[in-house]
Ligand binder design. Sequence first.
Ligand SMILES: [Zn+2]
Length: 282
Amino acid sequence: MAWFKRQDNEIENSSPEKRVRTEGLWVKCEGCDQYIFKADLDNNQQVCPKCGQHHKIDARCRVANLLEPGYELVDLELKSTDPLNFYDVKSYKSRLAKAQQATGLNDAIVNAVGRLGTHDVVLSVMEYAFIGGSMGSVVGETIARAVDRSLESRRPLIIISASGGARMMEGIASLMQLAKISSGLAQLDDAGVPYISVLTDPTTGGVTASFAMLGDLNIAEPGALIGFAGPRVIEQTIRQKLPEGFQRSEFLLEHGMLDAVVPRQELKPYIDRALSFMTAAT
Ligand SMILES: [Zn+2]
């Protein structure tokens, strides 16, 4: 209890001027525990300049970092209808409203069409800040529309995942998205249009179990948590201690589950080169 009291006193004693001046200017890095100037993080795509820790980045910044100016955001109009009228400690409707207000998005996904380096592409980026990037019917349908756009235009598809998995507040409707997107991707594969999956921290549950692992190339950012069930559940089920670094990008690369681990600053040139290679024969 002593800590709380001390904290209260500190807040009371610090002058308002001091607090205003420093508020929001510095952020503590999760990787090295050092305070980083926020502008330095913003200028470095949210990667810590001191230790290389990849912090979460919002979906629209990702689009801006990957595509050339002049790209277009599309398919933003869909909204969940809350088909189960779901309520846990709060109503799903109120969770949606709060997330919409906080992110300025209707759901946890942004589709864009534009040019990445030398290629016209369709890009679909998940937004983790929207109910943990969970996949309900709107995320599923929006990604399915990105797949359709790729299929119609023959532009390569890139999906950037950041997700806790299927959205339980939509029950079976969210699980059905796995099959819908996977069947669309199979059509894309038949048509010979490339699909690159980028897995970022975290990519788990039904997203890993479907489209995130179905790329012609599956690449991940460094240190990302990637898995289906969480480590604690697995430990309890198999009654074994899990190895160090289990479910991190580097571990998955070493065990053949990923094709590459690519730092965020190198993502754009890497995808550009990969697409040149994949489309060279067509
Ligand atoms: Zn750091």
